[in-house]
Design a protein around this ligand. Sequence first.
Ligand code: AHR
Length: 527
Amino acid sequence: MRRLMLVGLSVLAAALASPALAKDVVRPVKLSVDISRPGPVIDRHIFGQFAEHLGHGIYEGIWVGKDSPIPNTRGIRNDVVEALKALHVPDVRWPGGCFADEYHWRRGIGPVRQPMMNANWGGVIEPNTFGTEEYFDFLSQIGSEAYVSVNVGSGTVGEAAEWLEYMTASKSDAMGAERAKNGHEEPYKVAFVGLGNESWDCGGGMSPDYYVSQMKRYSRFVRSYHPDQSEKGEPMQRIAVGPNSGDTAYTKAVMQAYKKHSWAWSIEGLSLHSYTTGGGWPLSQKATGFGEREYALMLSETVGMDALIKKHGAIMDKYDPQKKVSLTVDEWGAWYLPEPGSNPGFLVQQNTQRDAILAALNINIFARHADRVRMANIAQIINVLQAMIVTDGDKMLLTPTYHVFKMYVPFQDATFIPLRYNAGKYTFGKYSLHRVDAIAARDKTGKLWLAVTNVDPHHAANFEIAVPGVATTKVEGETLAAPAFDSVNTFEAPNTVAPKPVSVAAVNGKLSLTLAPASVTVVALEQ
Ligand code: AHR
């Protein structure tokens, strides 16, 4: 016991030694974990990723080519694969984004690839070296499922239908035989298919009604050729284009149609895209070198995700009270001004401790809406927007956002457990949000997990944790704090923002946990 107490004290002492924690600790937050009322399962697909043919996301980020001096397996870089395996990435949305509505899959299969201009993203030549075969190889190397967005904007239903046939039919089918000739005898599994992307904008500027009429045809004919397409043995899920942030026009039109759908077509998901920009377009916020005003602005805007989900969820409830259709937030994250000196079409931005907090707040919101939000994809996986990983030649670094996704792995497919706590307020000027934010869940082994974010950049947060009915002896996990809220990892200093272990034992039956200002912590509650 004395040893455990010393461990607890030493962690607290180490934490208090950090300059940020040296400031005063405000009133303790009493947090109670209510295990008597378990909620829905937090679908692991809310931790999905997005990889578009954009900038250095695919080329350099994932694909370096078989002859590259950078260590690779069949052209896919090994360091990135190793890092992503640790995230248990549930699915990777591909090939876009706006790119998807100009993608013609036939140019990216077989021994001879046909380049195209990537008109959306910098006007560079897209070699189509990374195509269907390479995507599925990447998925199998990282252990992830497929989320393929088909071309509704400039393609045809026939083209998209044949792509699914190519991917999922057996080799006794002509398209399946072509896939086998290209090296993959067994059909691939496509767990999710996106029926277009942002059809209200880059996907073709379609009115809601026009999109609905197109979407029904795609839903009908873009079929998988095997009933079992996911790791869980489920059929392929079709995700329709849905709202642009707060605009409800697509939500209403698609859900109205869904309510009346016949045997011939259906959908299982409705996509929501919402980025945190700190004021909308044109972009105005810098990814680094910002002050507290910008810290508070970005975080208070990002928690608007909760109201957005409620707004669209209420419309969905009207047409789908049984919540059969998932609200799929398949593009979210922070979007800043591009990194000075970078190609503006490549969407390069740095990633700070603020982004780690922003990610945690959104994940917590998705988890609280686990009954409706069963999938989400942060934009984007490598080198683009709020990335997990940044590469430069043979170098690779993990961003603060990566660390949050890794710390939250125990929440994948865990059961939501309600909490009671007084969150308090963090206010800066006109911006105000909860000072602390927390979720809890029980994993499949029965272990209880707690994720807590201290938004306040000035004050540590001291939690007194109780689990009524359970004698909790200690909390153990990791905490992600940083010297400052705009701290970043660089190739020269890749571990400036990195998780550190936390272990605190109960003293006289009481568990308390002190969190650094502007930090994210995930701990298991041990019995
Ligand atoms: O993620 C970058 C772009 O943002 C996507 O291509 C598009 O769907 C969205 O507007």
